[in-house]
Design a binder for this molecule. Sequence first.
Ligand code: NOJ
Length: 762
Amino acid sequence: MKKLYLLGMAAALACPYTLAEGTAPAQNKEAFISDLLSRMTLDEKIGQLRLISIGPDMTHEQIRKEIAAGRIGGTFNSVTRPENRPMQDAAMNSRLKIPMFFAYDVIHGQRTIFPIGLGLASSWDMDAIAVSARTAAREAAADSLDMTFGPMVDISRDPRWGRSSEGFGEDTYLVSRIAKVMVQGYQGKDVSAPDSIMAAVKHFALYGGVEGGRDYNTVDMSPTRMYQDYLPPYRAALDAGAGGVMVALNSINGVPATSNTWLMQDLLRRDWGFKGLTVSDHGAILELVKHGVARDGREAAKLAIRAGIDLSMNDMVYGKELPGLVKAGEVPESQIDSAVREVLATKYDLGLFADPYRRLGKAADDPQDVNAESRLHRQDARAVARRSMVLLKNAKDTLPLKKAGTIALVGPLADAPIDMMGSWSAAGQPTQSITLLRGLRDAVGNQAQVLYAKGANVTNDRNSLAFLNRIIFDRTEVEVDPRTPQAMIDEALKAAANADVIVAAVGESRGMSHESASRTTLDIPAPQRALLTALRATGKPLVIVLMNGRPLSLVRETEQADALLETWFTGTEGGHAIADVLFGDYNPSGKLPVTFPRSVGQVPMYYSHLTIGRPFTPGKAGNYTSQYFDEDTTPLFPFGYGLSYTTFDVSDVHLSSARLKRGDTLKASVTVRNTGKRDGETVVQLYLHDVAASMARPIKELKNFEKVFLKAGERKEVTFNLTEEDLKFYNTQLQYAAEAGDFDVQIGLDSQDVKQARFELL
Ligand code: NOJ
């Protein structure tokens, strides 16, 4: 046996690891882990299963003591090298010197904040999304982080759910494509690289299906819907190599994910072959008691470890209960060993055994100022952000604006640095985010004048304000202007009176679309609506710039606005990116990754619903069809929708054959033409519909897309390959197969505006 020498700073420390003679560490992962495991006490093993939050629960000193005693496996929520190094030092002082790993919620950027998930998804641009994830990984790794609790790939079809903002929308195919790109971006070519971090995909599973859109609520779902619509994005992340899985807080058909052996064992490990790390969500193991499936903490720990939850996040329950459970023979030590193996394997894969300071580096190299401008990637953030916006309306070519005359910029989100970043903004600093006010002023320089008035508070509702300013964030989230609503509107009207055009930045504060922030209405809050009505009455051109983290009901605002631009929460460079779009320095190309209902009463509303016996046909109202009689039954803006400053035309669909033999490829092509006067990009989308199957199938499902750039007047043929694989679905027996028969293929620029052709699968 010979010693494996640690690299970097740790080289000076005595190395406790041994490997078989003549074998390189990479080839000996299993042997290495087995050897280490054989030398661990039960307490040390259980210590590895504890993932502790750096926060108010334990002092830093206590945490270091616990680490040195071998009682903590990893931590999260500390984001600088000076914070994390002493913990790694403590680990190097523990008996077996097993390195710690450091995790964090790096969701849409670390220091440079990119658009929120819904914004990234709106780009339909996998290169842009890859840039966001890779940049986030580099910045996070440079901050000594090893792992992110992301990507969050929960399909969400209920915009009342506050966490809709974090994910990538309603569609299985689009979210799955993004899941893959995010994982590859975080992990890079090699997850052990010093600038890579491990992805722990979340929240496994079905968290986006919470009943009523109320966070943490139950999920009750048919197996076919699960397999067909909600599970594939997690699978896509794992197929892309995600090293970890975070387990959801919800129950699934009555059984909490955290104690769900079907989910964690049968599906994840047996059927999907997952070999990596599983992490509970925050406090979720102890919550099994509240779920009503465990009598007490002891039983909760037993259920969770038996289900296959390797790491317990921030509850003390594994540390407290597992030793007794093993001693009493209620949990076999082999079960603890399996979990510890996963933790050690994760650390191995992250390269931490080779060098525990791999991402920490040397103290001498620590940045003097963690928030230094030089650490940001502003150009990338701006390039991605401007691709993430969706132009919803543009009457009379109101946009792009001219860089001339006077612009009145009003609204509570016009100069709101915290909100620009959206929720889950990691280590992003509001002081570094570019607001729309700053963005417009930078864009026009002295060519035009920008007058600013806040015009309204985000909300004046006391209960909402109390909720939004609760101490979850370490700052006042929503500043309330004490003036009367009328005084604020008057100020805005004064600015408007002196302007050629009004730009109103309205929507939600970022906390309104966050964890636990569910809403019963999708309206823009009342004071902002009053402001818009007053602005509309001026008769001046009105551009509404929306900032929000979920689809909103915008019937009135769509009527009021001459132009309507959905920007979501755009991140550090948001103000510049929005200005790029408003002035036409970038021609908007985003498409909605979610359906916009007209009102909350239409929820859930998503484009790919199953066929029914009495469908409603738009324009043909009538009794006894599936409709709302008090409101239009169609969505306000369909999935895949988004305008450009130019126009595009899509030809009829050409199929290479009217029949597809299994094993063959059928080509479906259209010619797309830029019929306007500007260069621009659009997303050509392909949908499929199985005309008659053994069960009702979605009226259409996205199966492919391509983002194309066309110069003014240019045309391009876009061809999609279709194979049997694209036609498969899970039938009522959960067999995944394509059934012979007719299929409609639809190609267009949103889910409704399509051209159609039919072919037969033989
Ligand atoms: C709870 C959230 O549900 C989860 O998404 C997050 O990763 C953890 N807290 C850690 O912050």
